[in-house]
Design a protein around this ligand. Structure first.
Ligand SMILES: Nc1nc2c(ncn2[C@@H]2O[C@H](COP(=O)(O)OP(=O)(O)OP(=O)(O)O)[C@@H](O)[C@H]2O)c(=O)[nH]1
Length: 308
């Protein structure tokens, strides 16, 4: 059963309420009024969705006994749980001005009374604006780290990830490899078939690479037709095998334009991290290996070990 509840611009939709007690709890107390008045200011102290939900949970606990609080936003692929889920649930779809903000569930082992449900709805009205701000902020951050054409993480994301993974590899003494790869004769594709075909080719290459990698390998578009892959926990031998698999997968691709097929290939430079080595030094080694792969005829993998 879905109930629409009266509100101003905020829209809370109670999606299902599996139990409502007939026992009435006392009307809103002074303590309650105080929390309701202060809650918006407290929740505005953060732009981090998880932190906002933690604060919300903490501040409402003295007013409303509950065991679990769960929030999900499928578009942002975001799910957050606090406490343990219990049988009796108040489940809400949150919206502001037709903007879907997600679904929030408060649960506990005993029934919620009507007064408590009214209180939850008052509290949720204080949550929705800070929540919307945090979701918008997360989307903006995400966009700043995403390449709009291929939807892969971009150069800035690559730098952040590589620094972080190198720190970890040095600390835990784990192997790490870096691949830098570049589409061969890409200018010719643009010049012969147009920029749109060039863009489509970039997207197909990105997709093929992504589907040929493990989830733990991180793929980035770091420039025009240049990509990087950070292989955490991979030693030189394993990374070489991956590189060869990727090269072969792209070599198998044929792009079609106006019923005319044209080949696509990539060249790959590979380098593995040495003790104490920096991100810049590792990149230079992989980039030099890529240069050598181009020089040696393209459509091949060269490891920095072969040249240094
Ligand atoms: N369609 C399209 N082209 C791009 C994009 N970014 C860069 N390019 C083009 O990619 C081409 C790269 O050309 P070059 O650097 O000469 O490299 P190449 O032709 O691939 O030759 P090699 O790398 O030596 O094999 C240039 O023509 C750029 O304009 C993009 O987002 N879309």
């Amino acid at each position: 059963m879905i109930h629409s509840l009266p509100s101003d611009t905020t829209n809370l939709r109670r999606l299902e309420q599996n139990t409502v007690s007939v026992v009435q709890t006392p009307p809103v107390s002074v303590e309650c009024e105080d929390v309701l008045a202060k809650l918006p200011l407290i929740l505005q102290t953060s732009l981090d969705t998880r932190q906002i939900l933690r604060l919300f949970d903490e501040k409402i606990k003295p007013l409303l006994a509950h065991n679990g609080l769960q929030f999900t936003h499928p578009d942002n692929k975001f799910e957050f749980r606090l406490g343990a889920s219990r049988h009796h649930k108040c489940n809400y779809q949150l919206e502001i001005d037709h903007e879907y903000l997600g679904r929030l569930t408060v649960s506990r082992a005993s029934r919620f009374s009507e007064n408590e449900i009214n209180l939850i709805e008052d509290l949720l009205c204080k949550l929705v604006y800070p929540l919307r701000n945090s979701l918008q902020y997360a989307r903006a951050l995400d966009a700043a780290l995403t390449d709009m054409l291929t939807q892969l993480p971009n150069r800035q994301a690559y730098k952040n990830t590589l620094e972080r993974e190198i720190d970890l590899a040095h600390r835990l003494k784990l192997p790490l490899s870096l691949m830098v790869l570049d589409i061969d004769y890409f200018k010719k594709i643009n010049d012969s078939f147009g920029h749109q075909v060039g863009d489509d080719t970039l997207c197909r290459v990105a997709d093929t690479l992504l589907h040929s990698l493990r989830r733990s390998d991180a793929l980035f578009r770091i420039g025009g037709e240049e990509f990087a892959i950070v292989l955490s926990h991979s030693n030189h031998g394993a990374a070489l095998q991956v590189a060869e698999r990727l090269r072969a997968a792209i070599d198998d691709l044929n792009q079609t334009h106006a019923e005319q097929k044209f080949p696509i290939s990539i060249s790959i430079g590979l380098a593995d991290l040495c003790v104490g080595e920096s991100a810049d030094s590792l990149f230079l080694k992989a980039d030099e290996a890529l240069y050598q792969a181009k020089f040696a005829g393209r459509n091949q993998v060269i490891s920095s070990r072969e040249i240094f």
